[in-house]
Design a protein around this ligand. Structure first.
Ligand SMILES: [Zn+2]
Length: 308
């Protein structure tokens, strides 16, 4: 089965400023890595804009309208110290959430085996009522609720291996037993959530890791904690919050994963998806701030998605 790649030029026009780590060059690095010959078999599609009703399953309508109305005509507008909008931010945010929705639709329809959404701004810190942490709309949560409410998936899981805890996804999911969220992340670290004790209604699994954690602790967290809990949840659809900032070269955190760890975890999630939900798997880019490590890590991830 083919792997789909969703992206859109508009995602390069969200520009939080020249000294901001979440720069358009991140996405350029991912797309450059995925331009190599080995990725020629990817089925490439432009991300559509998310419909307001899709975003509104996660974020209240007044927040959506207020956020889009606050997009500046020129210069920058800060939502908080880290979360900055430029004139292109509204369109980029709509395309980022729309990519995950379209990828869910395509995988459910059997147009591809799985999909990767190379988009920004990222989404996993965006809580239903609060954009934060470089994130405007929670792209994976929007896609998860579309899988459930439009396609009738009874149980949808998001697995997050970004080095930061996805507080926004957890907040959107924690009281709803039809949704499951599991995360490995450096702890303590921004945004401060993600302790083992945060369990929602039994549908949240946090596997916090200490600074300096590498391949071994990461793989043990998946093998012993996250994969068994995910299998027990019996998902109908799996979405990955694919952040690559736990890489050893990343400047924002101090875990020491390598490209091979991303290939490994992707293969494990693919195996579980094949066994549990006919392989239905969609992944969306979250963090990753060393351009070279990000490109190589995203390539390893997509290589594993494409593998037979
Ligand atoms: Zn991150």
């Amino acid at each position: 089965m083919t792997t789909l790649l969703y992206s859109h030029e508009a995602c390069l026009d969200h520009d939080p400023g020249p000294h901001h780590p979440e720069s358009p060059d991140r996405l350029r690095a991912v797309l450059a890595a995925l331009a190599a010959d080995e990725f020629a078999p990817l089925l490439r599609r432009e991300a559509p804009r998310a419909a307001r009703e899709d975003i509104a399953r996660v974020h209240p309508g007044d927040l959506i309208d207020g956020l889009l109305a606050a997009v500046p005509k020129s210069g920058h507008v800060g939502i908080d110290a880290d979360t900055i909008m430029s004139p292109g931010s509204g369109e980029a945010a709509l395309r980022a959430a729309g990519a995950v929705c379209a990828a869910v639709d395509a995988v459910v329809a059997g147009e591809a085996g799985n999909a990767f959404c190379a988009v920004r701004p990222p989404g996993h810190h965006a809580e239903p009522r609060r954009p934060m942490g470089f994130c405007l709309f929670n792209n994976v949560a929007v896609g998860a609720l579309r899988a459930r409410d439009v396609h009738g998936c009874r149980r949808v899981a998001v697995i997050d291996f970004d080095v930061h805890h996805g507080n926004g996804t957890q907040a959107a999911f924690e009281s709803d037993p039809s949704l499951f969220y599991a995360s490995t992340h450096q702890y303590p670290l921004y945004p401060g959530t993600g302790s083992r004790g945060e369990r929602g209604v039994g549908n949240i699994v946090n596997a916090p890791l200490p600074p300096g954690a590498g391949s071994e602790l990461f793989r043990v967290a998946f093998t012993d904690t996250i994969l068994p809990a995910l299998a027990a949840f019996e998902p109908d659809f799996i979405i990955i919050s694919a952040g690559f900032d736990a890489h050893a070269d990343d400047p924002l955190a101090s875990m020491v994963l390598c490209e091979g760890d991303y290939e490994w975890v992707t293969r494990e999630l693919k195996k579980l998806a094949a066994a549990q939900c006919r392989g239905r798997l969609v992944s969306a880019l979250e963090g990753g701030y060393d351009f070279h490590a990000l490109g190589e890590s995203a390539a390893a991830h997509v290589r594993a998605l494409m593998a037979a």
